[in-house]
Design a protein around this ligand. Structure first.
Ligand code: FES
Length: 126
């Protein structure tokens, strides 16, 4: 069946960088408050500089629903979620995770926060 094919054959990994921007005063924060997408651009530069162009794809992402932990980045296919990522973290993520295969532990989102409505950092539903 077609879905059993290796759809990631072209790219070994995809790095999804949230570039969502919300209106000021929104109830949830956004990862790209100034709308300039500096973090995503920085990832593209670092991936290219590491010689990974063609094997690692950096993608812009809309809201990944981890807003309270943003800026948020997720790497697939291994589904490693990073939170509070800044431009100064990018070279470490590229070198440690994307080149050497060791996710950056200090930036990992807690399992109890990922894709769950019970995350203690989310605002209560009204
Ligand atoms: S705005 Fe980035 S995860 Fe929601």
């Amino acid at each position: 069946m077609f879905w059993e094919q290796d759809f990631l054959a072209k790219y070994r990994q995809h790095v999804f960088v949230c570039i969502n921007q919300r209106e000021p005063g929104s109830p949830r924060p956004s990862c790209n408050a100034d709308g300039k997408s500096h973090l995503q651009v920085r990832f593209k530069q670092a991936v290219d500089a590491a010689g990974l162009k063609g094997s690692v794809r950096v993608n812009k992402a809309g809201c990944l629903d981890q807003c309270e932990h943003g800026p948020t980045v997720v790497v697939y296919p291994e589904a490693v979620w990073y939170g509070h990522v800044s431009e100064t973290d990018v070279d470490e993520i590229v070198a440690s995770h994307l080149v050497a295969g060791c996710p950056v532990q200090r930036l990992l989102l807690a399992e109890g926060c990922i894709n769950t409505g019970s995350c203690e950092h989310r605002p209560p539903k009204t």
